[in-house]
Design a protein around this ligand. Structure first.
Ligand SMILES: O=C(O)CCC(=O)C(=O)O
Length: 283
């Protein structure tokens, strides 16, 4: 699917910076499946939110009660609006059987290893919707066995500065050499010190990062690991900025998708699942 030259460029960029853009790596069929699925997944998400708001249960209690439900996470401070929905592949046969294998093939071409889906979500980023503070994904996943992750981001709407595009830190590896910036709870890993409440990397560290705005075309793939610090600002445009994020972990570390979502349903309100995100904990 990728030329050997683009595989090599992507591999080097992931190793050196923790992210890369794969120009035009989405084929039309795969993009269309994701675009068509969005309407169905959104409809189901809205139904769940409405069902819960009409019941005497909190969202957190609703998920604790079990069941293979789509996980709907409202916007912080606006709990009838959807910030994101998760557990997508379990709800869409086409995504599971066609989109995921397509992404696994791309990851295998770039890394030479096989990857399993670890989690999947779609951030809606409606107008006025959430800023994501500067964070690294790893601390949110560190209670699970895999210790390396690659996330594929696919945009249904063209990201722009005004709709809150992703921004990646470029020089974070050189800053992580400065031991004073690292969190000693993650020995041997470049995890920066964070605000214990929000999960955001401390501002005095984030201020040292040089930021690259990620402005891919809709048929580009953005790939990043769970260590690169990233952020995005509020969507100041009048349209949504919808993006799917498919996170994979090495096949050699096992299959953790079902387990991850079992734990998440049981602990929907755990702040660890809301690090640096503009999400409501559903309590
Ligand atoms: O959707 C975005 O702009 C940021 C996504 C992100 O960093 C996250 O969901 O953890």
């Amino acid at each position: 699917m990728l030329t050997s030259e683009s595989q090599a460029i992507a591999h080097k960029s992931i190793q050196e910076r923790g992210f890369c853009i794969l120009p035009q790596a989405m084929n039309h069929k795969t993009w269309q499946i994701l675009s068509d699925s969005y309407a169905l997944l959104m409809k189901e998400s809205l139904e769940i939110l409405s069902r819960v708001s009409q019941s005497d249960q909190s969202l957190s209690e609703y998920y604790k009660a079990g069941g293979e439900k789509l996980i709907v996470v409202p916007e912080n401070g606006d709990s009838d609006k959807i910030c994101r929905f998760e557990y997508i592949s379990n709800h869409s046969e086409e995504i599971r059987d066609s989109v995921i294998p397509y992404f696994q093939e791309i990851l295998s071409e770039i890394t030479g290893s096989r990857f399993k889906l670890f989690k999947d979500k779609c951030n809606v980023k409606r107008p006025g919707g959430g800023a994501f503070g500067c964070h690294q994904d790893y601390p949110a996943y560190s209670d699970f066995i895999p210790d390396y992750h690659l996330t594929i981001a696919i945009f249904l709407d063209q990201p722009s500065i005004s709709n809150g595009c992703l921004e990646m830190a470029k020089n974070w590896k050189s800053i992580s050499d400065n031991l004073g910036a690292l969190d000693s709870d993650y020995l041997g890993k470049s995890i920066f010190k964070r605000n214990p409440d929000s999960g955001d990397v401390l501002p005095e560290i984030a201020d040292k990062f040089e930021w690259e705005r990620i402005l891919p075309a809709v048929n580009d793939i953005v790939l990043f690991d769970s260590f690169v610090p990233h952020r995005s600002s509020v969507n100041a445009s009048d349209g949504s900025r919808r993006a799917y994020f498919f996170t994979f972990a090495p096949e050699s570390s096992g299959d953790h998708y079902a387990h991850y979502y079992r734990v998440k349903r049981n602990a929907f309100d755990n702040p660890k699942f809301h690090l640096s995100t503009p999400t409501d904990r559903g309590v």
